[in-house]
Design a protein around this ligand. Structure first.
Ligand code: SF4
Length: 328
């Protein structure tokens, strides 16, 4: 069957095969980042509401569990916007844990809501939190992340450091660099201090590799990316006394009791749902959804003929995309 809120699994370098839960259902976010993979934010807001109810989402997940799917490595709360804006997130986390007791739960977040102590308390129930922080310079932060009113990067950084003190799980910080937006030396120096205080379990410094919301937002070159990685990786940790641990993705993958080959069944629905959330190559779709490459090609052709697919070349890679509108 097709799903509205359960999608993937998608393959993630940080988490492995990750089954996604969309807590928004629409493009609702507290930011409108120039590089966003899901497209332009339709509802830019900091308001927390049950955009998708826990009951609706858990009902879908229960159905998914009852079907013959290969077990993912992790379940990730994310979707078409900022998942922590969903005020029923705590019920969703509890419900997922009941359905999949041995599975790790990850939450992708832009961290804007974490200035609220209630949100920080709710996130303590997750196993991995993946905050993003692109710039601690207010003007850069506004230009690249285009946040809703009243959002301050320094306040978010402080909130993340507060969270670190209590959270027993892992924090994987992501910094996305875009040329001319946030790759300044001033930002690098501030981010280094922040990484020392936060001591994340893992730091991923990345640049655009897929088409984002704005065509003019481009990647930084490999030299710049390498320098940022080197400086942030070398930032001494206040909380950890060992190298960052990146092993979460293997957390439950050894539990193969529920493994059943999903194969090519429902491939059309699953590929379309996945491409409505992020642009991907045919190889990425095949690997994440465990659908043969020939079947992926067949579905892509069908989507193209129906006018629902756009195709873009980024570097050597060809990305397919079913998002409705992407600015240029
Ligand atoms: S990248 Fe994340 S934080 Fe930025 S607009 Fe997209 S969903 Fe929101």
């Amino acid at each position: 069957m097709g799903y509205k809120y359960v999608f993937g699994p998608v393959f993630s370098g940080r988490l492995g095969r990750s089954l996604g839960l969309d807590l928004l259902g629409e493009r609702i976010c507290s930011m409108d980042c120039v590089y966003c993979e899901v497209g332009k934010t339709d509802n830019l807001t900091g308001e927390r509401k049950p955009y998708v109810t826990a009951a609706e989402l858990l009902q879908e997940l229960t159905k998914w569990k009852g079907e013959k799917h290969q077990k993912p490595d992790i379940i990730t709360l994310g979707g078409l916007g900022e998942p922590t804006l969903n005020s029923e997130m705590p019920d969703i986390i509890r419900g997922v844990k009941k359905l999949f007791p041995s599975m790790n739960i990850a939450v992708l977040t832009n961290a804007t809501t974490m200035t609220d102590p209630e949100v920080r308390r709710e996130l303590l129930e997750a196993d991995v939190v993946l905050p993003s922080m692109d710039s601690l310079i207010t003007s850069e932060f506004r230009a690249i992340n285009r946040p809703c009113k009243g959002t301050d990067p320094e306040a978010i950084a402080k909130a993340l450091i507060e969270f670190r003190k209590e959270f027993k799980g892992k924090i994987f910080l992501e910094v996305l660099l875009s040329r001319g937006y946030n790759d300044s030396d001033e930002n690098l120096s501030k981010m280094k201090e922040f990484c020392i205080d936060l001591s994340p379990d893992r730091i991923d410094v990345v640049t655009l590799s897929r088409p984002g919301t704005l065509d003019k937002a481009g990647p930084v070159d490999s030299g710049s990316l390498g320098r940022w990685k080197e400086v942030l990786d070398a930032a001494p940790s206040k909380n950890r006394d060992c190298e960052p641990d990146t092993d979460v993705k293997s957390g439950s993958s050894t539990d193969t009791s529920a493994l059943v080959q999903a194969g090519d069944s429902d491939a059309f629905d699953r590929i379309q749902a996945s491409l409505m959330r992020r642009p991907q190559t045919a190889q990425q779709l095949s690997k994440a959804l465990e659908v043969s490459l020939s079947k992926v090609d067949e579905v892509l052709k069908e989507l193209r003929n129906s006018g629902r697919l756009s195709v873009r070349q980024t570097g050597d890679e060809i990305y397919y995309d079913c998002r409705l509108d992407v600015d240029s």
